[in-house]
Ligand binder design. Structure first.
Ligand SMILES: NC(=O)c1ccc[n+]([C@@H]2O[C@H](COP(=O)([O-])OP(=O)(O)OC[C@H]3O[C@@H](n4cnc5c(N)ncnc54)[C@H](OP(=O)(O)O)[C@@H]3O)[C@@H](O)[C@H]2O)c1
Length: 192
């Protein structure tokens, strides 16, 4: 069975934003431990990346190989190439087509979409935002596990990951990893 993992990048107050903090501006010449865990180590096992429309378009604009800025550290090119070649699922009611290769657009109930993807052939599935899609996974217990990259900032703005819930959702902590710049990576499994 294909596993569904949700990736979360959030500030301490649960905002889906990328603020600056000491160390975060330093251009890293090699892949950071946390980025390796969330992405590089998974290049072989994850074959489908699911994103909401805004995240999908944002990733295409920022992270496709075509969007590579001059002078960027070489290790990020591997990530760009991975995103270009992996199958991408864009969730959207509005979008009818895309020119990002290896992409398709699906719409409807997220539980049904993920169940459909799980039935298809392939490796594991990564839900890569945005916050509203991840929140729905959590609220409806749709993902098998969650990686939370927590930045050491209370930001006070940006989309919220968490909101009201119909019922409490308890996760099982599997692992914690400190980052180079005082971030923390938390790995939780869903409880079923
Ligand atoms: N990893 C990440 O992507 C990430 C991480 C942190 C923060 N952020 C930030 O979060 C923001 C984007 O997150 P967001 O939560 O606002 O938007 P999003 O989840 O990326 O996109 C929302 C859109 O996805 C579509 N959608 C979602 N579920 C759907 C479904 N079941 N069926 C059909 N369409 C569905 C809808 O598009 P239609 O209107 O086309 O129907 C909806 O308006 C950006 O500002 C980004 O910088 C992103």
């Amino acid at each position: 069975m294909r596993k569904v993992t949700a990736n979360v990048y959030m500030t301490l107050d649960g905002r889906g934003a990328f603020p600056r903090y000491p160390g975060s501006e330093r251009p890293s010449t090699k892949v950071t431990a946390l980025f390796r865990t969330m992405w590089y180590d998974r290049f072989d096992d994850v074959t489908t990346v699911v994103m909401g429309r805004r995240s999908f378009l944002g990733h295409q604009r920022t992270w496709s190989e075509k969007a590579r800025p001059a002078g960027e550290p070489g290790w990020l090119l591997e990530y760009r190439r991975y995103l270009d070649r992996v199958e991408k699922v864009c969730l959207s009611h509005r979008l009818r087509s895309t020119d990002w290769e290896h992409s398709r657009i699906l719409r409807g109930d997220l539980a049904r979409i993920l169940a459909r993807l799980r039935r298809e052939k392939g490796g594991n599935i990564l839900v890569e935002g945005g916050p509203a899609v991840v929140r729905e996974c959590l609220r409806r217990n749709l993902a098998d596990d969650y990686w939370l990259f927590v930045m050491p900032v209370v930001y006070g703005k940006g989309p919220r990951y968490w909101g009201s819930m119909k019922a409490q959702c308890t996760l099982r902590l599997l692992e914690t990893k400190p980052g180079e710049d005082r971030e923390i990576l938390l790995h939780y499994a869903a409880v079923r």
